[in-house]
Design a protein around this ligand. Sequence first.
Ligand code: ZN
Length: 562
Amino acid sequence: MKVSEMPYKRITVEEFKEQAEMIIKKIRSAKSAEDLKNARNDFNKISEEIETACSLANCRFTLNTRDEFYNAEMDYYDNAMPLFSEIENDYKKAILDSPYRTEAEKLINPRVFKGFEMSLKTFSPEVIEDLQQENALVTKYSKFMGELAFEFEGEKMPLSVLRGKLEDDSRDVRKKAAEAIGKTMEENADTFDEIFDGLVKIRTQIARKLGYKNFVELGYYRMGRVDYDEKMVAAFRKSVETDIVPAVAELKERIRNRLGLDKIMYYDDAVSVTGEMPRPVIGTKEIFDNALKMYNDMKPEIGDFMQRMLDAEAFDVEARDGKFGGGYCTTFAKYKQPFILANFNGTSGDIDVITHEFGHALAADYMFKFAEPDYPTGMETHECHSMSMEFLCHKYMDGFFGDKSDKYRYKHIVDALSFIPYGTIVDEFQHIVYENPDLTPDERKSEYLKLEKKYRPYLSFEGIPYLELGTRWQYQMHIYESPFYYIDYCIAQCVALGFLGLSRDNFEDALEKYVDFLKKTGGISLGELIEGAGLKSPFVENALKETAENALKAITETENKI
Ligand code: ZN
């Protein structure tokens, strides 16, 4: 079925409640573990209906944000979401409290129960009002950032456009862009501080009402992390400090020399090659033809899936007036169909759509076949799927970037490795902030500055208005919108770099391991998935040393060709 032909019907809170209550009744009167399993199947079916309805409504809204019908549907679900969650929690509680639970764990993957336990830890009717307050602050920040106009050389522009200039070939343009970011942020410093302070306070209050010392533990539960905890993440950050930071510092020094810079300023961080940036040398139609060829060559079943995506018209990539400006991969569970939205603009980002987003889509396709819908899967695992696929596609980049493909590969690996220290700063910063909720806005900034020196000692913010005070994090939307999310990108990046290393040694073998990783997702833990691929878990000692060595080796080999 083509995505545009999928029928949409709203599922109301009342309908869901009625069906869920019947299932909960069945669970309470169950006579065997088998009864519990059947009730779970019933519940998964109605969940699938809701999920599909929400994601169809959201998708059609993003295809045309002016569509009145889907605008109203989105408003409906925004309000209904907390009510859906409340009902869902009642169901999970009934399953966990059942006397047949232990027996049912022999019929249902025990990870499902772990996931249920975790989601119950994040909610109590007592905090509904606080949650609404938190959501209102998050929306305030998103709106504020979306509307904030930055002035650059007399022209007003959104941050997304201005940030593009931080990659400009001219250092002067980059410097002016950084100054423009700092200046506009400084003018709005009070708003940035106030919203964040409000968020820290309300999140701390929610955590305390739910019986936690501070927001950190709750933040981890909210991320649904069944496979790793605070201690493991702390060890990971330590390894980043000892193993990744020196490698990136060495790399940055090499780049500084090659580019002839006196020092690496914040606005030089995104630049590792000079001259024209690698861009696709072919048009949209050829990009898709080429992608199909690439995936057929990789593995026939992956090529088949690409063909199925094309047949279902499951890519919408042309930029249009009224279309949502970002990009994503979503799924319509009822139809077992992934969908990708993007806005092609002629930059290397267009190729990410058919590598990164396609990696998400392919994983979703395997998960429809091999996983069950309530298996807990963390964001880091999803990003392993997509970021690893980006690297597995390296071999085929000549077809997209022509004679600039080595430049593309080089920049891609440099960016991937140097991202890890930044992502770690974001994570440690949030731990400090939520462990010490009474810090003042200025104290938070000075903590941030200390972290920049610890993890990115090679980078200078000196003289850049406002940003030199330790405020770079204020335009990192995750810090406001999705606390503790960011480390997932760092963990996934390490795994993806692992796949890069494997693929450079033996492509076929790396691909088999990658496909196996996708097929087993959800059913086993992250650690088991990584181990199954023959990689070292990024949480164990010395693992990141290997990550850094492998990445530097690949960078050096590619550097000689650019
Ligand atoms: Zn992604």
